[in-house]
Unconditional design. Structure first.
Length: 354
């Protein structure tokens, strides 16, 4: 059985995060279609089953077949989780809706011309108001309607990427503007009222680690009951920006001191992810119980292997099948752990070679 299957169903994302391990942004276009998703899920179900499926990206809420994917996985009894930035796009305004808006605007302007023909200020305000209706923001929260539908079909959990409290920090780290940050907060609050389980993932980095107290306070107000503190992984843009992001030992120590100080203001659960827990408590299951499928179809032992080289694969006997070419070659024991995490073995070898 695959106990933890992460499926990166879309490469596109409206953010441009400095630390993104997948190099996602709004210009990327790779996507896993429902037919290929179903075929892959069916393969694993026929070969031991799937305990938990995580749908990620990119931004999964940009995938046109997300509902079908969740609905199918839940029909098979799979615990299903969505990982999101909380920011999606506006589907736009239809021509019929635009016509109605323009008609209403013209009607209001005609009323003003009849009653206050010299009130140019009011006319401009009316035009500005209807212009916003005609051209809504491209960056919007996840809708209440969509969250209710996901709850109805049995989605188990939504995990939000929440990396900054201050706008300046969010803008720098996430590569987005204030409207997108507000969209995240709206999505987070709405989801906490609808979805059975909501979690937040926070990665302490040089630019954001001192904001943990404000973030915990915000989560308390929003009613979010879970936060996971995860380790920074230097992959993708995270590797390019590693020197600007990765905490020093002193900064990491300061972060945990701040966390200890502020956690009394948060009534929810705080989970310290691996490997931040330390080597002794880290049980690596990469390729044994865990798999990650990228949006190009490559099957990895774990999300920590997105930049593994062919030489490293040969040295550590790691095979990288692809769901489009040789899905049948994916074999997973479904049990077992390693004494030393496989990713750390590879990173250690890289350091020695350098």
């Amino acid at each position: 059985m695959v106990k933890d299957l992460c499926f990166e169903i879309i490469e596109t994302c409206l953010n441009n995060c400095m630390f993104c391990s997948s190099n996602s942004n709004c210009n990327k276009t790779q996507i896993i279609r429902f037919g290929d998703f179903k075929r892959t899920i069916d393969y694993f179900m026929a070969n031991g089953g799937i305990e938990e499926l995580s749908l990620s990206g990119g931004e999964p809420f940009l995938h046109p077949e997300l509902i079908k994917m969740v609905e199918y996985s839940k029909s098979l009894g799979i615990r299903t989780v969505i990982f999101t930035s909380g920011v999606t796009n506006n589907i736009g305004t239809s021509q019929a809706e635009k016509t109605k808006i323009l008609d209403e605007m013209n009607r209001r302007l005609q009323e003003i011309n009849e009653k206050e023909p010299d009130n140019d200020y009011l006319k401009q305000k009316v035009i500005s108001f209807y212009a916003q209706l005609l051209n809504p923001s491209n960056f919007v929260p996840i809708s209440k309607k969509l969250l209710l539908e996901l709850q109805r079909i049995g989605l188990d959990k939504i995990v939000f990427d929440y990396q900054a409290y201050e706008y300046e920090t969010d803008h720098t780290l996430m590569g987005r503007k204030e409207k997108s940050r507000i969209s995240l907060l709206k999505s987070l609050i709405t989801a906490s009222l609808i979805v059975s389980e909501v979690d937040v993932h926070f990665v302490p980095m040089k630019l954001n680690y001192k904001e943990i107290g404000d973030i915990l306070e915000m989560l308390e107000i929003a009613g979010v009951k879970n936060i996971s503190i995860l380790n920074f992984l230097p992959q993708g843009r995270g590797k390019i920006n590693q020197n600007d992001l990765q905490l020093s030992d002193e900064e990491l120590k300061e972060f945990f001191e701040l966390l200890e100080k502020h956690k009394q203001n948060y009534s929810g659960n705080i989970r310290i992810g691996i490997p931040l827990q330390g080597e002794d408590t880290h049980k690596c299951t990469a390729g044994l119980e865990k798999l990650d499928i990228k949006f190009d179809g490559t099957v990895l032992p774990c999300p920590a292997f997105k930049e593994i080289t062919s030489e490293e694969c040969a040295r550590f006997n790691i095979k990288l099948p692809n769901i489009y070419m040789n899905l049948e070659e994916v074999v997973i024991p479904g049990k077992g752990t390693r004494v030393k995490p496989l990713c750390k073995q590879i990173y250690s070898a890289r350091t020695k070679n350098n």
